[in-house]
Design a protein around this ligand. Structure first.
Ligand code: GRG
Length: 279
């Protein structure tokens, strides 16, 4: 079920069902029905935070929520879900988004291939329905995700892990999809604000993962996982999250519309929601 955890505008609420249809189309386009069943299962829910950022960003830059913007959001959600399929098989996880993981039900091989296909489908859709430039941004983002996850695997249990190295891994493995979404929003709106939008996406994505790591801190400590909050402590991590929310807000390009105000508020609103959800 679609649940949003941050405020949106009516235009965005109207566009989100189109993103859902586009996601469904993308993940049911295999000739193999079992592959479609698997990818439909892993994309059936989620907070759709990255979609909201993309749609809000596009409107903030004066763009329209047209086919290209909708496809951008769907591609980023499918990439996100595909990377989670890979993450779950690496972690041997049994449940994701309230349903059994593909690796738990069918094993590692099928899960690897379903995740691969989802990444490929996102690239194909971007090339077909957005542009070659957008497909290039997606390919670069996939490379960053893999490098970030690789760093994570190497450093996870390393007691010498530095806070900077933990942040670099987070920037690559998690902030990449927020940055990609913002870069695509700029591309779809046809403005020259790629640098500021990328800065916004990176700050929001860092905040997003740091707060997730704060929420998982006790479990990480038990398992000897050297996450950023484990290294720096919860208070300093939350201070950094508030700084990142301000940095993101400052990076939003100066246009005069209500989506700009919303885009500025989203990182802080997400932070408040995440903290309140465990209070
Ligand atoms: C080959 C693309 C590719 C990836 C391989 C496994 C991997 C490298 C990257 C995954 C990195 C990863 C697991 C990042 C975690 C990001 C995170 C905290 C996800 C949870 O996001 P939410 O809370 O999830 O937005 P929902 O379910 O709401 O969408």
């Amino acid at each position: 079920m679609l649940t949003t955890v941050v405020p949106t505008l009516p235009m965005i609420a109207e566009a989100l069902p189109h993103v859902e249809s586009n996601i469904r189309e993308l993940v049911t386009s295999s000739t193999l029905s079992r592959v479609n069943d698997a990818s439909r299962r892993v994309t059936a829910s989620g907070k759709r935070l990255r979609s909201i950022v993309i749609l809000t960003g596009t409107l903030a830059l004066g763009g329209a929520l047209d086919k290209r913007a909708i496809t951008s959001a769907a591609c980023v959600e499918v990439l996100h879900a595909g990377s989670l399929v890979h993450d779950d098989l690496m972690d041997n996880a049994t449940e994701r988004r309230g349903v059994p993981t593909i690796n738990a039900d069918w094993g590692v091989g099928p899960a690897l291939l379903v995740g691969d296909l989802m990444l490929a489908k996102a690239g194909q859709a971007a090339l077909r329905d957005i542009s070659a430039e957008a497909a290039g941004h997606i390919a670069a983002a996939v490379a960053d995700l893999v490098e970030g996850q690789f760093m994570e695997v190497l450093d996870l249990h390393d007691r010498g892990r530095t806070a900077d190295r933990a942040l670099k891994s987070i920037e690559l493995k998690t902030a990449t999809l927020f940055r990609l979404g913002c870069v695509l929003a700029n591309h779809c709106a046809g403005t020259g604000e790629e640098r500021r939008m990328a800065e916004y996406g990176t700050a929001f994505g860092l905040l997003f993962q740091l707060v997730d790591d704060v929420l998982d801190l006790e479990e990480d400590q038990r398992e000897g996982v050297y996450s950023y909050p484990f290294i720096e402590g919860t208070d300093r991590t939350l201070e950094l999250c508030h700084d990142l929310a301000r940095q993101a807000a400052d990076a939003v390009p100066d246009h005069d519309n209500e989506a700009v105000a919303l885009l500025r508020d989203l990182p802080g609103a997400y932070l408040d929601w995440a903290i309140a959800s465990v209070a």
